[in-house]
Design a protein around this ligand. Sequence first.
Ligand code: C2O
Ligand code: CU
Length: 536
Amino acid sequence: MLEHSEVLTWAQPTSGSLRPRAYDADTSSRRRPPPPPAATLLVVSPLSRRRFLGATLAAAGAVAVSSVAGCANGNPGVRPSSAAPRPLAIPPLAPSTRDAAGRRVVELVAAPGTSSFLPGVATPTWGYGGLPFGGPTVRVARGDDVVLRVTNRLPETTTTHWHGASVPARADGGPHQPIAPGATWEASWRVDQPAATLWYHPHPHGQTERHVLRGLFGLFVIDDEVPAALPSTYGVDDVPLVLTDRSFAPDGSFDEQHRNSVGLLGDTVLVNGTVAPYLDVTTTRVRLRVLNASSARSYRVAFEDEAPLTLVGTDGGLLPAPRTVTGVVLTPGERAEVVVDVTPGRRRVLRSLSHDLGAVNGVTRAAGADDSFDLLELRPADRLTASPPVPARLSRETPLAEGGRTRRFVLSNNRINGRAMDMSRIDEVVPASATEVWEFTNRHTLPHNMHVHDARMQVLDPDVPAGERAWKDTVAVPPSTTVRALVRVGPHTDPEVPYMLHCHLLRHEDDGMMLQFLVVGAGQRAATTIAGHDHG
Ligand code: C2O
Ligand code: CU
């Protein structure tokens, strides 16, 4: 088992070992300013801890301080919750049936509802599967033929995208598969990818942030013949943690207006929709499947004392071997699976700690990365069931090997290669099942990340041997850096319907920081434009 005691942050670790190679001397030689002085951190972090809650004065003080610190950059700061801790909500598993052809059928209805996140406050929200906010966890197995049937009972057109899934382009649920109000859309494919924690969410052109913000997101878990020794009892020792942040308008609705250049940050963190959650733990080890479903905020998930966590999986599946880390940074759209050890009767708090996004101070603050706050209190029982040790080997998948061509993507002011999203334009044509190198260079002062639909990716880093690379579909690309990733798409091909490549900061995506690519097989002629869409 490899010991990495540094914070693991895919593209931009705080230690030098995983730092992406510089692409352009011009931008990479720019020195990063030193981290903010301790005093700045002291203002925000200790006061935002829930243990100060009892003291009304301290809580009031924290709010005032955070908002002063936040004004200049549009980050409201995370306020300590005044609500009593609540049990963590566990999204139910989506029910499924078998059709005559033996396919596993899952029905999801997207509809409006009303939620109560804060005591006595009713918030209009949207959800899937009868939940007022969020969606049930879809759980399928490798080899299943699945049918996902989505009915739209919302007052406007939406789409449902299976983020991280290897799917035919017509089943992808991107902007080209709209579901009109009242309509039902069906996606079907054979699941053929390793065990992973994926998710689903809307992807309507220019409207994704608002739809996700209102509550349309859920986990999509794929099972495989993974080592049985990883905790896997859903909701007991295999627990989803979907991280989102929201601010509330005086009438109780979500604030959808006050965003900065990074996006919309909330002052209240919801874990599976629960404010100030705790989890009763009954086993000595718990596997947490953490998804950052926020539109702009990044998190560094860690214990309050930075005690070690065992990282076992990332976006695209399990690691070859577990890694000991002191925290995991997740930018919007990214996932991590961690196993935490607990001691009978000893409560521990999982927090998000301030972290370095590789940006100048003001921008780091605007991305919420300066904030530290509680995520979840683990409350182990006095007697715990012993969990087996984490296996030394996890994924046995062969790492990707370089071979195909290199494509370069330069990220600037919410544009990719100078282009804004055009629904009718094909930006790239990629051969199915080729492994290519995609280079993402951020020439902007803002942090961005890059998500590639249908792809399984491995970030190339000279310090990480090929056999230890993590599986990704969304990678952070800090300012003034280049991230090089091996990218494999396919095996599904379609010469007419594109997949998306975009920044997963949802406002940037909506602003047009997105390109389209086709995946074609040998001898297939790619369309030159997408029918039914005018330019512009
Ligand atoms: Cu999670 Cu194109 O999206
Ligand atoms: Cu971006």
